[in-house]
Design a protein around this ligand. Structure first.
Ligand code: AVI
Length: 342
């Protein structure tokens, strides 16, 4: 059992911690325990995720990058083509009207985006880029790198949460190519994923395009290895969530009593990550006046990472208000980059 006396509301914590407190209270007092995946990304979690993207088992990042390297010029040309078909407008004029701008949801540090931006610069010269991210520091880092490497990119960063808030994007007198890459959409369930696409769709006009990066369904062993690597970086990434709760909420998780679990659920088409308690125990979270009971073998569900097929991508996009025009993939068919139009 747990106790949650009303005299210690989550709002008594520092404001930055109140969202965390509410999520932890809700997730750990439910019959099936869970914590939201956004809790992974404190400074240490973001550093560990960067390390994951370099692991030999984690094929996602390097495969998507290779697709961009091979297809960037064609992707930019296809985005122009879609705009041309919908509006009849031709090439950008010398005063800059009709230029393609790039917008990115969850831009992070935008390392792969540079490949697409460079292709846009090759096609039209000066290019506007609107990175949108909840993390101000990630956007600042992205802008710093791009200013040095691609001076023809004109940066219009926006700090916003595209999951919880309506987007508000400035009007533009040419085509917009929106990027939602890195398989980020895979960390949301179907309804939330559709809501994110519709939120974006509401800001776009006929002929604008979306480039969506998604991981594809494949052999279970390959998928599970990507989330359970030999160097145990993903284990550290998963356990860091508990370390964060210890630090930020004063929770008493003993990390040595939780095991990292990553399993592919084929019916649901998703990798599920869990933290499994190796023993029966109570974990106290004094700042929330909670004591959380764990049975031996009971787990906290920390993440879903959905895997797609060409059909499921097309259906998801259609529900979000987009029609697929082009699909780009790698020779092994591990990852898909899909261009869709409004
Ligand atoms: C950020 N996201 C796309 C990653 C994924 O593959 O679902 C997060 C991750 N979790 C464990 N490893 C990587």
């Amino acid at each position: 059992t747990f106790s949650a006396p009303p005299e210690t509301p989550a709002t008594a914590l520092a404001p930055a911690n109140s969202a965390i407190a509410a999520a932890v209270r809700e997730g750990l007092t439910a019959p099936r325990k869970s914590l939201p995946a956004w809790l992974f990304y404190d400074a240490e979690g973001s550093r560990l995720f960067e390390q994951i993207t370099l692991l030999p088992e984690y094929y996602l990042t390097r495969t998507e990058r290779a697709i961009f390297q091979a297809e960037a010029d064609r992707i930019i040309a296809a985005a122009f083509q879609s705009w041309h078909q919908a509006t009849g407008d031709g090439q950008p004029t010398p005063d800059g009207a009709g230029r393609l701008r790039l917008l990115e949801l969850g831009a992070g540090t935008a390392t792969k985006t540079g490949i697409l931006l460079a292709a846009a610069v090759r096609a039209q010269g000066e290019t506007e880029y609107l990175p949108i991210d909840v993390s101000e520091s990630a956007i600042a880092e992205a802008c710093l790198t791009l200013t040095e490497t691609l001076p023809q990119v004109n940066l219009q960063p926006q700090v916003a949460n595209y999951v919880t808030d309506d987007l508000a994007i400035a009007l533009h007198d040419g085509p917009t190519l929106a990027l939602y890459i890195g398989s980020s959409i895979g960390n949301f369930g179907h309804d939330e994923a559709v809501a994110i696409l519709r939120n974006l769709r509401a800001q776009l006009r006929p002929g604008d395009t979306l480039l969506l990066g998604t991981d594809l369904v494949k052999d279970t062993a390959i998928l599970e290895a990507a989330y359970c690597d030999a160097d145990r970086v993903t284990e550290a990434f998963n356990l860091n969530m508990l370390r964060r709760l210890n630090r930020e909420l004063g929770a008493g998780f003993d990390l040595s009593t939780f095991r990292h679990v990553a399993r592919y659920n084929r019916e649901a088409s998703r990798i599920e990550m869990h933290l499994r308690s190796t023993r029966t125990q109570q974990v106290s979270i004094p700042s929330l006046n909670l004591s959380i009971p764990f049975q031996a073998g009971e787990s906290i569900h920390t993440e879903n990472s959905y895997k797609f097929t060409p059909d499921s991508i097309r259906h998801l996009l259609r529900e979000g208000g987009f029609a697929v025009t082009h699909t780009y993939t790698d020779p092994q068919n591990y990852f898909a980059v899909t261009l869709a139009t409004v």
